[in-house]
Design a protein around this ligand. Structure first.
Ligand code: HEC
Length: 399
């Protein structure tokens, strides 16, 4: 039953066209492994070079019988494998040791034992891909992707229950009659000539441009795109695949019934002190209580650049890029006074630091969003702004 169906399929799709091209090779079939070993020995010792043996399973001693040299593909595997190992090593070392150091369980940033599985994986991956790629490209001499021996009665037999050998017509020693006679003498029950296939390309010269081929590519890509779109944008949002969307969770800025105060986002527990961090000692105190500590940062181009960056990000929305109080919030927040007032100009750096850290009336504290050093850098930059916006004639060079 199944055999019949397969036969129908064969007849419909796999029927080989009659071969009309040049002679490619002479092929011979044998019944037993001993015969094929003997045939291989005879062919290699007679000086033929372009021949191959095909058997349904590996036959021991065949490499010697064919006088095969060791394949160079092992070297490709070695090189590719070694580059996989070192690539993985460099990648992990750079990622977790240099670019994004993160503490996991108190271990060193770059940790060799933990990296070995990945080094192993990349070794295998890169050598396997390189092997297949170079096999096709170099050893099989791309763009050759088929051998005329394929799709012949000969190959059907050697992939099933017979042992076959063929000698290519391109071999320097090849003489049709001699080769046929030798195979028959060796006891082959079937010697056949194999011709190159000549394909009917129809009107198109280039099979890549045939309407059928281009159409198949277009249809395949449209179908793939359609299925991908459907799965990722529709199916995953339908039950039962949508369970991930309905996890119990709290989104930022939303309320939560879990806590008494109804806030989803939590503040640190009162009095919490972060590791390695001293709380601001004048928190909540009036400006007059602040002890004037000097700005710890030097005035350098780097510090001023940083200060400008942070000022433009955090302060300019309300104070304006020049600190003149030209708020960009269009009246949605109280407009602050100019930072060029006599008061702020005469203030010590510590007083400005106090306002940024502690907040002042409607201006909130920026202690949690701007680091301490960045705050001091902003103050240096603010001094530059004050100077530049209130420059005197005598400040000009040459006066
Ligand atoms: C959300 C808007 C807003 C932002 C952002 C903001 N401020 Fe203010 N700032 C104000 C307001 C409003 C006042 C006036 C508060 C008051 O009424 O005392 C003020 C006051 C000040 C004062 C005191 C001025 C005075 O004359 O008393 C200083 C100094 C100051 N801000 C510096 C900064 C710096 C530096 C930044 C950036 C880190 C910043 N502000 C970010 C709104 C803001």
């Amino acid at each position: 039953m199944i055999g019949k169906i397969l036969k129908k399929f064969d007849d419909r799709f796999l029927k080989s066209e009659p071969r009309t091209g040049d002679l490619f090779a002479v092929a011979a079939l044998f019944d037993t492994p001993d015969q094929i070993i003997h045939a291989a020995e005879k062919v290699s010792s007679s000086g033929y070079k372009k021949f191959d043996v095909l058997t349904p399973y590996p036959v021991h001693g065949m490499d010697d019988a064919m006088a095969l040299k060791q394949s160079k593909i092992g070297w490709v595997a070695l090189l590719a494998g070694m580059s996989g190992t070192s690539l993985a090593f460099l990648m992990i070392w750079w990622m977790v040791g240099v670019n994004y150091p993160n503490i996991f369980g108190g271990k060193p940033f770059f940790n060799l034992p933990a990296s070995i599985p990945i080094m192993f994986e990349l070794t295998v991956l890169i050598s396997a891909l390189t092997l297949v790629g170079s096999l096709i490209a170099i050893f099989m001499k791309l763009p050759n992707n088929a051998n005329p021996i394929m799709d012949t009665e000969f190959v059907k037999r050697v992939t099933s229950d017979k042992f076959g050998i063929y000698i290519e017509a391109a071999d320097a020693k090849f003489k049709l009659e001699e080769v046929r006679a030798m195979f028959e003498e060796l006891g082959s029950f079937s010697v056949s000539n194999i011709h190159e296939a000549v394909y009917d390309l129809g009107d198109t010269k280039n099979p890549l441009l045939s309407n059928k081929f281009v159409g198949a590519i277009v249809v395949t890509s449209l179908v793939t795109v359609g299925i991908t779109y459907f799965v990722l944008n529709v199916l995953l949002f339908l039950p039962p695949f949508d369970w991930m969307h309905y996890q119990p969770r709290v989104d930022p800025q939303t309320e939560s019934k879990f806590f008494k105060d109804g806030f989803g986002m939590r503040r640190p527990v009162e009095g919490t002190v972060a590791r390695g961090f001293m709380p601001y000692e004048f928190k909540g105190m009036p400006d007059s209580m602040v002890v004037a500590t000097p700005n710890p940062l030097p005035v350098t181009q780097k510090v001023l650049d940083l200060g400008k960056k942070r000022f433009d990000t955090y302060c300019s929305p309300c104070h304006g890029y020049y600190g003149k109080g030209d708020s960009r919030l269009r009246g949605q927040f109280p407009v602050p006074p100019s930072l060029h007032s006599v008061k702020v100009t005469n203030w010590k750096d510590a007083n400005i630091y106090h306002v940024i850290t502690n907040g002042q009336n409607t201006m909130p504290s920026y202690a949690s969003s701007i680091s301490r050093d960045d705050r001091w850098a902003i103050i240096h930059y603010l001094r530059v702004l004050q100077r530049s916006q209130n420059a005197l004639d005598s400040d000009l060079v040459g006066k």
